[in-house]
Design a protein around this ligand. Sequence first.
Ligand SMILES: *Cc1c(COP(=O)(O)O)cnc(C)c1O
Length: 429
Amino acid sequence: MQDEQMTRMYEQMGISETVYRFGRQMEEKLAERFASIDRTAEYNQMKVIRAMQENRVSEGCFHYTSGYGYDDLGRETLEKVYAGVFHTQSALVRPQIACGTHALSVALAANLRPGDELLSPAGKPYDTLEEVIGIRPSRGSLAEYGVTYRQVDLLEDGTFDYENIEKAINERTRMVTIQRSKGYQTRPSFSVAQIGELIAFVKKLRPDLICMVDNCYGEFVELTEPSDVGADMVVGSLIKNPGGGLAPIGGYIAGREELIENCACRLTSPGLGREVGASLGVMQSFYQGLFLAPTVVASALKGAILAANIYEACGFRVVPDGRESRHDIIQAVELGTPEGVIAFCQGIQAAAPVDSYVTPEPWAMPGYDSDVIMAAGAFVQGSSIELSADAPIKPPYAVYFQGGLTWPHAKLGILMSLEYLVRKGLVRL
Ligand SMILES: *Cc1c(COP(=O)(O)O)cnc(C)c1O
């Protein structure tokens, strides 16, 4: 195909020739990194297929079940497939798990008892967990049940403070929670290898401590998962990476048999455990989404890296920077002005397959201390494996963006965000 044809197609989409050419130059420089991402996807794709084959996934796994859901073949097989992918003894994968926070809340509450202490050796956990734990007082928090919490902040350079972690562990410490992705903080995300070192350190001091990893946004970014380096439980959301954009709801917890059994009893009821919970027709999308997840994650990663390089070249601070290795799919860009983050988000929205005609505006979202703007034209509401962006309207005016079910769409979204910034005179190419 002629480049002429492509340029015209982008023009029809609203991307000027200048922006298109600028993006293409950047993309050409990234060929080697993209090839390495494709190799990771290739490896992880086989990991998924192998787990499906070994567990004899069949057409019967996709049948609709309702009511109690006893002997739900699709559900039971899918849980074995997840255990196969994460190399764990067991897994709980359910549409009844409403989101990532719910999955984490179940994993914690199921395995802590009154008098136990939870330790976060990697600083402050994700916002929503503050209420689960009771860092911010909240109805039904772990704190209300007599579970205490202790936290060791990261050192200035973003590494683990081993000395104080050792001091923080006491006879009541029962569980350690480690968040792989930075989420919406400015610290770096941890590699699986770093998480492995931290777990080894903790286990050397106290082999009986349960190490849980919040794996949100990290699945399939690397060749291994935290469960390959000693994590007793890994936890995540199906409307992020492992749902592959197709799962309409759900969460997973994979790990040691006994711990997962506790989770099942907490999620449903003591005595019922994993035996109930009908899958209500979502199984096909769970399987197919998991099947697609490695390549979907690769698309999102390429988008994040292209954006980092484009915006770095335009003079903005980006986290991670254009060259850093990646441990999750989130990209932060500090645009420095309210107009900048608004234009960026409006560009992402304008490139969406759904709700592209909507203009996002900042609003006072509950739970946030400043106005927030969100761009999301997603098939699944709130899905952040789909191309999406959000930004609190406060200094340093950073936008966080992630996702992209296909690489061409991720690229279009980024070029459109740039187009909007150029039109507003906020970037000059
Ligand atoms: C998204 C996320 C969560 C919470 O997931 P929800 O599905 O939004 O409840 C927890 N931890 C991290 C690191 C996340 O990125």
